[in-house]
Design a binder for this molecule. Structure first.
Ligand SMILES: O=C(O)c1ccccc1NCC(=O)[C@H](O)[C@H](O)COP(=O)(O)O
Length: 266
């Protein structure tokens, strides 16, 4: 059993319990109190496709991440609104907020607090197995959700995507290999993330992104995810025409998050 299998088994139990306590209709009613979704993909495209810039411009999805299954606790003085403000000051384009409780020590309240503290579009980073979680994501203010192709069959992925589009949210579709990329391209979203981390042994290889970026049709926005640490890492990705990045741990470990973000993408 891989770590992804364990996470998904826990998630299915958790969602069944939470769904019994609150219906999708209740969540949609709560969502009425939220501001309209901030354009997540549009923000990435505006930065990453800036023509005529003298330097390459990089779009950063900066992740608010307290802990992970591979590293345990990452940040003891964890403060989502302060991190959100620091990321925005440092030049991040969007935020990713982990809401999984058990494996990442995340919480829905972190997303609510971080989004209220800044103007950036926010993705709910979690393991979605049911459209109910999409309704919950919008009810807490999320502007986008993540679909992990390794976690879902084609029908479930399409249902979850439809639930997000119906609510005006963007979808980041995460893939690990060529088969998953092909399945991802049968969805409507053209925002594709390649996770450089192997979820079975946690090894990281940038070759995953390098291999897959050339296989996607024109018009896709590609995001390299996981294991990115330095400006040199981003410059190497840019050589392969990837200019959008999802970065968590290396920024969350810095005492001055705004300065570290600026050093990466400023
Ligand atoms: O981060 C992990 O250890 C992990 C383990 C199992 C499944 C997913 C995992 N991470 C989720 C992510 O996608 C990352 O948090 C994200 O790409 C940022 O990665 P990093 O910059 O390496 O923190």
């Amino acid at each position: 059993m891989t770590i992804l299998d364990s996470i998904l088994a826990t998630k299915r139990e958790e969602v069944a319990e939470r769904r019994a306590a609150r219906s999708i209709a209740d969540l949609d009613a709560l969502a009425q109190a939220q501001t309209a979704p901030r354009g997540f993909k549009a923000a990435l495209d505006r930065v990453a496709r800036a023509d005529g810039a003298t330097m390459p411009t990089y779009a950063l999805i900066a992740e608010i991440k307290k802990a992970s299954p591979s590293k345990g606790l990452i940040r003891a003085d964890f403060d989502p609104p302060a991190h959100a403000r620091a990321y925005q000051q440092g030049g991040a384009t969007c935020l990713s907020i982990l809401t999984d409780h058990q494996y990442f020590q995340g919480h829905e309240d972190y997303l609510i607090a971080a989004r209220a503290a800044c103007d950036l579009p926010v993705i709910r980073k979690d393991f979605l197995v049911d459209p109910w979680q999409v309704a919950e994501a919008r009810a807490i203010g999320a502007d986008a959700i993540l679909i992990i192709m390794a976690a879902l069959d084609d029908t479930a992925a399409a249902e979850i995507e439809a639930a997000a589009i119906e609510r005006g949210m963007d979808v980041l579709v995460e893939v690990h290999d060529a088969d998953e990329l092909e399945r991802a391209l049968s969805l409507r979203s053209r925002l594709i993330g390649v996770n450089n981390r192997d979820l079975r042994d946690f090894s990281v290889s940038f070759d995953r992104t390098y291999e897959l970026v050339g296989r996607a049709p024109a018009g896709c926005t590609f995001v390299a995810e996981s294991g990115l640490n330095t400006r040199a890492d981003l410059d190497a990705m840019a050589q392969h025409d990837v200019r959008c990045f999802l970065i968590g741990e290396s920024l969350m470990r810095q005492p001055d998050v705004a300065a570290a973000t600026r050093a990466l993408v400023g």
